[in-house]
Write a protein that binds this ligand. Structure first.
Ligand code: PEP
Ligand code: MG
Length: 320
């Protein structure tokens, strides 16, 4: 079985009916690009940059250190696109308090608190530093800039204004930077219900199912006592996923799923049926997902997915 999987490495991810599927990698460090390429990823769909920021006993990475890390990821992927997500600290990814940030982890509901873009917008000096490092790396590779946890139009406006400001600062310094495609994570139900707003401002969207499930169902993703209620197949979750994917496709904008669902082989057919064509996952999951893809017919799956969407108990239809 393992041999068959490894033969799949050089096989393109194309369905029986000829649909080309993009399989991208989630990485946490630039060095993970090696595993991503080895698994046959066609790019990085999610670089979780918070891993550069966490557990550093009081010293956050400065602009040059970040630039070096982003450049290393781009070079490690040999020119394939790399999607760099701005820092997502707080909640389940606490920043060392000694690091000087107020990342909210000691609050009553940290997952609902100062996390991800909320934290970045509250620390504009830090955020501008990260944006400049990403823009500078974009001079040397195909970089997508992805923003986590947006929900409000005001946050979108502030974020885009800071991206402009970072460019202006680099202009003033006479430093080279490149063009980026701008993307937003869809991981808060309010965002999934405001897709037209997001499509007006962003080049692509990426669905963070880990958080989208947590917030839709009000089930803490890190709390084992409610893990039995954490259900990717809840009809409400499927509705938000389906809505996001179809609205993006209608406008010809690319949309991916980068949460755990994308790397779960039991979900591959359903996601294809809902119209998903870009998946991002841990490199170790890529070949097994590709195996599902090359056996799938998306036209048939689209019909079946509509019946799953309409069911009270979608899980009961998953084996059909
Ligand atoms: C997600 O929420 O699905 C996601 C990809 O982001 P993270 O797991 O880093 O919160
Ligand atoms: Mg998330």
């Amino acid at each position: 079985e393992r041999e068959r999987l490894s033969r799949l490495k050089s096989t393109p991810a194309i369905t029986l009916d000829g649909q080309r599927i993009e399989l991208m990698a989630n990485i946490e460090q630039p060095g993970d690009a090696v595993a991503a390429l080895k698994a046959g990823a066609v790019g990085v769909g999610l670089f979780r940059t918070e891993f550069l920021f966490m557990g550093r006993n009081g010293k956050l990475p400065d602009e040059d250190e970040q630039y070096a890390a982003y450049l290393a990821a781009a070079e490690g992927m040999h020119g394939l696109p790399v999607t760099i997500r701005t820092v997502d600290v707080g909640a389940d990814k606490p920043l060392d308090r000694a690091a000087g940030g107020r990342s909210g982890e000691d609050h009553l509901n940290p997952a609902l608190g100062l996390r991800a873009i909320r934290w970045s917008l509250s620390e504009p000096t830090m955020f501008l530093m990260q944006l400049r490092a990403i823009l500078r790396a974009a001079a040397h590779g195909a970089i997508n800039l992805l923003v986590p946890m947006l929900a409000h139009a005001s946050e979108i406006r502030q974020t885009l204004a800071l991206v402009d400001r970072a460019r202006a600062q680099l202009d003033e310094r006479g430093q080279v930077y490149g063009a980026v495609r701008l993307g937003a994570m869809i991981e808060i139900p309010a965002a999934a219900l405001s897709i037209p707003l997001f499509l007006r401002h962003f080049d692509f969207l990426s669905i963070g199912t880990n958080d989208l499930i947590q917030y839709t169902l009000a089930v803490d993703r890190a709390d084992e006592t409610v893990a039995h209620l954490y259900d990717p197949l809840h009809p409400a979750v499927l509705h938000l996923l389906s809505n996001t994917i179809s609205l993006c496709r209608n406008q010809g904008k690319s949309v991916s799923v980068c949460g755990e669902m994308a790397g779960d082989v039991t979900m591959t057919r359903l996601l294809l049926g809902l119209g998903l064509r870009t998946f991002s996952m841990h490199p170790s999951q890529i070949l097994a997902v590709k195996q599902q893809i090359v056996r799938s017919d998306t036209a048939k799956l689209a019909v079946w997915a509509q019946s799953v969407l309409a069911a009270d108990d979608p899980a009961a239809l998953m084996a059909d």
